[in-house]
Design a protein around this ligand. Structure first.
Ligand SMILES: Nc1ncnc2c1ncn2[C@@H]1O[C@H](COP(=O)(O)OP(=O)(O)O)[C@@H](O)[C@H]1O
Ligand SMILES: [Mg+2]
Length: 221
C-alpha cells in the first residue's frame, strides 16, 4: 500500500505522522519504507540516526517530480508499505504525491487558520483525481487538545470538504519531539498514551486498507 501524507501547509505533522506510522507498521511486521519528498529531508536525516537494533525502515529522498512515481512504484514491488512524506510546496510535486498514492492522510491542526488554508490542497486533489480517479483521503487531526468548541467547529468545516475524517486523533505530546531526535517513533518510547494512539491510528488505516483491498495480509496487524 502506498500512503501519501500530504497537506500543502508546513508544520502540520506530515513528517511526524510519516515516521510514526512507519515505525508502527514495521513493528507489526510489514516491510516498510518512507519516500521523503521535502527538500529539508527530515525523514532521511531521521533514518541516519535510527539505531540498527530497531526494525528497519528504509528512507529514500526524492525531490524530483519526474522520479517520484517511478521510485514509489519500484519500492512498492519490494515493500508492503510505502509512506510518502509530503512536501509543503505548492509545486507540481503536490499533485505527483497524490497521484502516486493509494490512500491519502492529511494531517491538520485544530486551528481556524489551518482549516481555512485548505483550498490550494483541494485544487491539487481535484486535479489529481481527474487524472487518476478517486483516491481515498482522510483528515487526521494532529496536536488535538480537548477544547471542545474549536474541535466541533473544525469538524463541521472539514466535513464540508467531502473528505473523510479519521476517528483517531494525535494529541500534542513531548514524546513526538523527543523520539524524532533519536530516529524513533513513539511506539518505541515509554509514553503509553502516545503508543496507544499511534497503534489505534495504524489499525484504523489497516482497516480502511482492507476495505479498499490495498494491503497484503501477511503481517500480524
Ligand atoms: N502530536 C504532536 N505533538 C507534539 N509535537 C508535534 C506533534 N506533531 C508534530 N509536532 C512537532 O511539530 C513540528 C512540525 O511537525 P512536522 O511533522 O515536522 O510537520 P511537517 O512535516 O508538516 O512540516 C515538529 O517540531 C514536530 O516535532
Ligand atoms: Mg515535514
Amino acid at each position: 500500500m502506498k500512503i501519501g501524507i500530504t497537506n500543502l501547509k508546513g508544520g502540520v505533522g506530515k513528517t511526524t505522522v510519516s515516521q510514526n506510522l512507519a515505525v508502527c507498521f514495521a513493528h507489526m511486521g510489514f516491510k516498510t519504507c518512507i519516500v521523503d519528498t521535502d527538500e529539508n529531508q527530515n525523514s532521511l536525516v531521521w533514518s541516519g540516526v535510527r539505531s540498527a537494533d530497531l526494525p528497519d525502515i528504509m528512507v529514500v529522498g526524492v525531490i524530483d517530480i519526474n522520479a517520484l512515481p517511478k521510485t514509489v512504484d519500484k519500492l512498492h514491488r519490494d515493500y508492503d508499505i510505502v509512506i510518502i512524506d509530503g512536501t509543503p510546496s505548492l509545486s507540481e510535486m503536490a499533485t505527483g504525491i497524490i497521484v502516486s498514492s493509494d490512500i491519502l492522510i492529511i494531517p491538520i491542526l485544530p486551528s481556524a487558520h489551518d482549516y481555512r488554508a485548505m483550498s490550494p490542497f483541494f485544487k491539487r486533489y481535484q486535479q489529481a483525481t481527474s487524472l487518476k480517479g478517486e483516491i481515498p483521503a482522510y483528515f487526521l487531526i494532529n496536536q488535538y487538545s480537548s477544547n471542545g468548541n474549536i474541535y466541533k467547529r473544525m469538524k463541521e468545516v472539514i466535513e464540508g470538504f467531502k473528505i473523510g475524517v479519521l476517528q483517531s486523533v494525535l494529541a500534542k505530546r513531548v514524546a513526538y519531539l523527543e523520539t524524532a531526535v533519536d530516529g524513533k517513533g513513539v511506539y518505541e518510547s515509554n509514553d503509553i498514551k502516545a503508543k496507544e494512539e499511534i497503534v489505534n491510528l495504524t489499525r484504523e488505516i489497516v482497516e480502511i486498507a482492507k476495505i479498499n483491498n490495498l494491503i497484503k495480509l501477511k503481517a500480524t496487524a
